[in-house]
Ligand binder design. Structure first.
Ligand SMILES: *Cc1c(COP(=O)(O)O)cnc(C)c1O
Length: 435
């Protein structure tokens, strides 16, 4: 499979090149030149397949020869070693729980797959690579966890001092091995600016192989299509249509679903469910796309005002608003509505929604016609990651999953640096001498 840049459809890149670069040199996003159509035989086998098997069968079309089939099989088995159950919440409504991975957020799926791909490429190139990642909380730990112990890869996380939650900070700073956490005396934007400067620095690029692990990497997007197949395999909706609601921020998760549909998966319709950062629901309604500054909400991983995967959604539908409307409905909710439904669903069904999943649930209920349809919403984070909000709303104590408990007890290990580029550069140059 070849990839073009959304800014220049003439250029061609292989999978390996696209994964290592992350972003095309012209700042466009990588996009496959064609969407593979999966065979009838694949769909007949689907109900019996594991997530790892599905991942392999889908991924091989996108990866081509850049990773051998046996390596790809191993990657899928290693990466998808945690359950992604489809749980019935009420009549005709199901939750696809994507939070049973090591860091309790759906980002584990994409980050783990991408990290293993980069690990294979590092081995092929026989050179050590250093991954720099700026994080406002969740992404850093999912990426770092994916790379934990991967040979030939060092990960340096930059996070804003004092601006991530206690659980998130413990997740970032207690991994050890090939993972280092830099605590930056600044904001998330400062961290992101530092990473960008490091990539542009000629001195650093001659002394070390710096790579990014940002969320628009094609190797993070691709595996986010696998679990839609797996959800339908578990659902076995015989004579009913299926609609899927996706709580969205950067729209990578939804784009994964749209890809699955275009590969042949029978999903009748998607709901793009948002919080008050609603530029995509607004676009669906008006046909006008107007990015805005983000506003803070209780579903903070969706606080995105200029979603980076919107370009890919446009690409999938050739910018045709009417075609997009055939496949996607939009919905958005305030924090108040989100909290209200969390309390209600807990009381009525005994099911604990996290604030992100709650937005997905609301979007699903807005459009679901239970007479002829079954509905799935994606649960993207473990409720315990948002302990304070959830406990306040459901008025009950939450159980903390074992993984989160463990890292709460470990010793924090971080290096404090200033927000000026010289601090980061000095640190990185010192690292380049340590082999
Ligand atoms: C990142 C994230 C989202 C948003 O996913 P996108 O692919 O950016 O739309 C939703 N929920 C949680 C918990 C997340 O961490």
């Amino acid at each position: 499979m070849k990839y073009f840049s959304t800014n220049n459809k003439e250029l061609r890149y292989g999978f390996k090149d696209a994964v290592i670069k992350g972003l095309a040199p012209d700042k466009g996003l990588f996009f496959p030149v064609s969407i593979p159509q999966l065979s009838k035989a694949f769909f007949e086998k689907l109900p019996q397949m594991s997530l790892a098997q599905i991942g392999f069968e889908v991924a091989k079309h996108f990866v081509g020869e850049d990773i051998s089939q046996s390596d790809l099989k191993n990657i899928c088995e290693e990466v998808f070693n945690f359950p992604i159950p489809l749980v019935k919440v009420e009549d005709s409504v199901y939750s696809l729980e994507l939070f049973h991975g090591p860091t309790c957020a759906f980002k584990d799926v994409g980050a783990r797959f991408m990290s293993r791909c980069l690990g294979v490429f590092a081995k092929q190139n026989k050179e050590e690579v250093t991954i720099l990642v700026a994080t406002s909380g969740d992404t850093g730990s999912a990426v770092a966890n994916g790379f934990l112990g991967v040979k030939g890869v060092k990960v340096i996380i930059l996070y804003p001092k004092g601006k991530v939650s206690k659980i998130q900070e413990q997740q970032l700073t207690t991994m050890g091995q090939n993972i280092t956490a830099l605590e930056v005396e600044g904001t998330f934007d400062d961290c992101q600016a530092l990473v960008k400067k490091a990539f542009a620095d000629k001195d650093l690029s001659t002394k070390m192989n710096l790579t990014s692990a940002n969320s628009i990497n094609i190797a993070r997007l691709l595996p986010q299509s696998f679990y839609y197949f797996y959800a339908l395999a578990q659902l076995q909706a015989k004579d009913k249509d299926v609609i899927v609601s996706v709580p969205s921020g950067n729209y990578g998760n939804l784009t994964g679903g749209l890809l699955a549909k275009q590969m042949g998966l029978p999903i009748k319709k998607f709901v793009a469910s948002a919080n008050r950062n609603k530029v995509v629901p607004d676009y669906l309604e008006s046909g006008l796309y107007e990015p805005k500054a983000s506003v803070q909400t209780i579903s903070n991983a969706m606080d995105v005002g200029a979603p980076s995967n919107f370009e890919r959604m446009m690409e999938l539908y050739q910018n045709e608003h009417v075609d997009i409307l055939k496949d996607i409905n939009g919905a958005w909710y305030s924090d108040k509505e989100t909290e209200k439904i969390m309390a209600e669903v807990y009381k009525k069904e005994g099911y604990i929604l996290d604030p992100h999943g709650a937005v997905g649930y609301l979007g699903l209920k807005k459009y679901l016609d239970k007479k002829s349809e079954l509905g799935i919403f994606l649960e993207t984070a473990h409720p315990a990651k948002f302990k304070d909000t959830v406990e306040k709303v459901i008025k009950s104590e939450l159980e903390i999953p074992e993984y989160l408990k463990q890292c709460l007890n470990k010793e924090k290990n971080s290096i404090i640096i200033g927000k000026e580029f010289a601090s980061l550069k000095t640190y990185l140059l010192k690292q380049s001498l340590v082999k």
